[in-house]
Each structure stands twice: as structure tokens, then as C-alpha cells.
Design a protein around this ligand. Sequence first.
Ligand code: UGA
Length: 450
Amino acid sequence: MVVGTGYVGLVTGTCLADLGNFVTCVDSDLEKLKVLEECKSPFYEPGLEERLKRNIDAGRLTFTSSIRDTFQETDIFFNAVGTPPQESGESDLSYVYSVVNEFFDVYKELGCQDFKILVTKSTVPVGTGQEIISIRDSYGISDDQVAIVSNPEFLREGTAIYDFFHPDRIVIGSSNEKALDVAQELYSPLYRSETPIVRTSLQTSELSKYASNAFLATKISFINEMANLCELMGADVSDISKIMGMDGRIGKYFLHPGPGYGGSCFPKDTKALVHLSEKLGYDLKVVSAVEVVNESQKKRVMSYVLDYFDHDIAGKTFALLGLSFKPNTDDVREASSLTIIELLLKYGAKVKAFDPEVKSLTQFEDNQNFSIVSDSYEAAELSDAIILVTEWNTFRELDLIRLKASMNHPSLFFDLRNVYSPEKLSDAGFETYVIGRKLLSSSQKITQNG
Ligand code: UGA
């Protein structure tokens, strides 16, 4: 059973069913369940709908709003509900604990005696597993009846199905050897295809997820700062990334500069890790700096925009290409596009946005200066500048001459993802900014962050 049908829960449930298991996915949102029962995914994730359909049709995947329905016959329960950030940066664990309490209530009420495993899939602070053990003990339930396991998820949105079947590693943490054996067996089809399985303690497993996400976020903030430095020094960040990545000790991944990382994971997990460390009296300097750099990176393009237009962009029109926090998803949580739109609107500019999957942004819905249009060319029409925010494939093949022809003069192109070479954009007649490679020719050097 998988509780929570967010992208982690639904992808995990569907892929476990694909491996031949009988899986019940539980969610309290009845509307969402209706959508799922029609074999539709409530969010865009490539390859998910066809797998949903295949497993629903085969009777291996069912949906319900209550964990009671198939409780008795279930051996392994995955808790995959959300852990949203609070104002303080701390994760809100109320959904996690509500599932935990309901699990033990039902276990007691049904008079269960057989061995069950409660696995935490959600990203939770170190110590949560231990707290769940204390809750279990307070119900008078023993480790022989219910074992507590941590099994963090390393899937990425947009490639979640591929990541499930080709993980770099599977981490399972518990002090209960029998539970570790059962969890390992569940993943054995992947294990047999050479995926390493790391068996460890609850605490180590919990921290490994934060450590991994914080390190990836560090790589991004690092290369973003190198990009900013390249702009000041006349160096080329795309070559810097390539050269650094050729060193096996550094690794070539997560060295693409951009307008800062977004999504539901890196921003939340870095904040939570800093908060967790503070509580223990430890000042986590590197990760704190990573967050500071990321916040200023999200706003950095605005420095160039304001500088170019002498701080007067009222009435100017900006075409924003890409709204989601990364390609192949319709998720806009913590997306840099939101920061950029907010600032453009604040300065009185108009924004016409296009994204292949994001078709509405409720927070800007009432603003007359904001609209979402149906393609890149419509966005560019009569605009003063294009800002390429998310590197969807469709933005890699734009007819630059056609785009430019319908724009106001001068026509600016801010490429925040290094999709085009500066020469290609300049040849098409654009006043060009390419992150870490080319400043606008008239731009004064922006030395301050943000
Ligand atoms: C991230 C991790 O990569 C997953 O391993 C993890 O399971 C997941 O968080 C999670 O904790 O659930 P995700 O947020 O889906 O996955 O997406 P990423 O591909 O990691 O991208 C995150 C952000 O970093 C995006 O805004 C992306 O544009 C940005 N990014 C990524 C860069 O700016 N440069 C890069 O080189 C890579």
C-alpha cells in the first residue's frame, strides 16, 4: 500500500505494480481518486499514464480513500505524503504523523497480529523514524509486529519512471533485520539488474536524502556563481562546466547554470537541513550559502533588464518562455519564472508567457498585465524582450528570425539556460544575453549579486 498520490507516491505505487506486486494507492482527495480511476494522472509525468492504465487493467493497481480497505492483506505500507516547508524552514510533518497514527489505530482496531512494515518514503528530518518507533511503542505494539523502515526516494520529476527502474542506489534503513530482508526482496528485480542496495540505520538513511539533495543544490549554486564570474571576466561557463565535468572526481552532472534551482525538493530540503542543524546548535555554513546564492540567482536577470532599460520598464512587454521549474513537468513550485514574473509586474511591465504544459498561474490570474499564450511566437509578438527560463526541447528549435521579426526594436533575448550560442542569437538580430557567456553589449557590469 502506498499512502499519498503525489508524484513520489503515485510513481512508486505504479512502478511497484509494474514489477508484479498488488498495490493499493490511498489518498484522502476524492476528486483526485476519481481522476486516477479513469487511468489519468493528476499531474504531467512522461510515461506515467500508460503504466497506470496497464496496471489498473491488470487488476494490480487500485485506489481508495481509506487505509482500512486492504489493511489486513497488506504487508508493506509506504508513507509518501507531503512534507511541505513551514515559514521557519522546518518541514511540516503533520501529514506524515497523521498517517502513522491512523496506521497504528487500524492495526489495533483490527486486532492484527501478523508482521507489517511501515516504510517512510517522504523526505523527513533525521529522528522522525525514531519518533515513529516511540509512537508505535506507546500503542503497545512491538518491533516483531510492526517494523519501522526509512526508504528515501531519489526520483526526479520529469524522468521519474526511468529513475524508478534505473536507480543509482536503493537505501533502506532500519534496526529490524527481517524488515530489511523483506524490503530488499521487494526491490530484488532492480537489485538483480545490479542496482546497489545500501542497508543502514534509520538515521543514516534519513540524512542520506538531505545530504544528496543539498550536495546537488551546492553544485548548482557553485556553477551559477562561476557563470556570474564568467560574465565579469569574459570567460565561457559552458566550457568551464565541460572542463570541470571531465574530472571524474567532480562529475559532469548538475553543472548547468541557470536562473536558480526550484521545485518541491531542493529549496525545501536545503532549508530543512539548515533548520535541523540550527536546532542541534550547528551552523551549516555551506548549505546556508547555497540558499543565499540561489535566491539572488533567481532575481539576477532583473538586474540586467533594469540596467538596460534605465530602471523604467513600465509598459514594456516581456515574452517568457517556460514556466515550470524544469522541463517535462507542469510543476511550478518555487520556479524561478514566478520570481521573474512577480518582479516584472511590480515594475509595471507586461508579461506574455508560454509553457508546453503549464496553462494557468492562479497567483497572476487577476493581473491584466499577465497572460499565458499558446505558443512561443505569440508570446514574442510585439514584445521588447524574450526571457528563456526553462529549457523545454521545443525552445531549442525556435525559428529565431521569425521570432525577431514580430518583436519591437531593439529586440532583447535573455537565454538563462544556455540553449543558444551568443553568435546564433546575435546573427538573428537580437541584443543578446546568454548566462555565463555573453552580456548585453550596452550592459554595465553588474558586480553585486542580484
Ligand atoms: C531532485 C533530485 O534530483 C532527486 O534525486 C530527488 O529525488 C528529488 O529532488 C526529490 O527530493 O524528490 P527534482 O527536484 O525533480 O529532483 O529535479 P532536478 O532535476 O534535480 O532539478 C531541480 C532544479 O535544479 C530544477 O529547477 C533544475 O532546473 C535545476 N538544475 C538542475 C539546474 O539549474 N542545473 C543543473 O545542472 C541541474
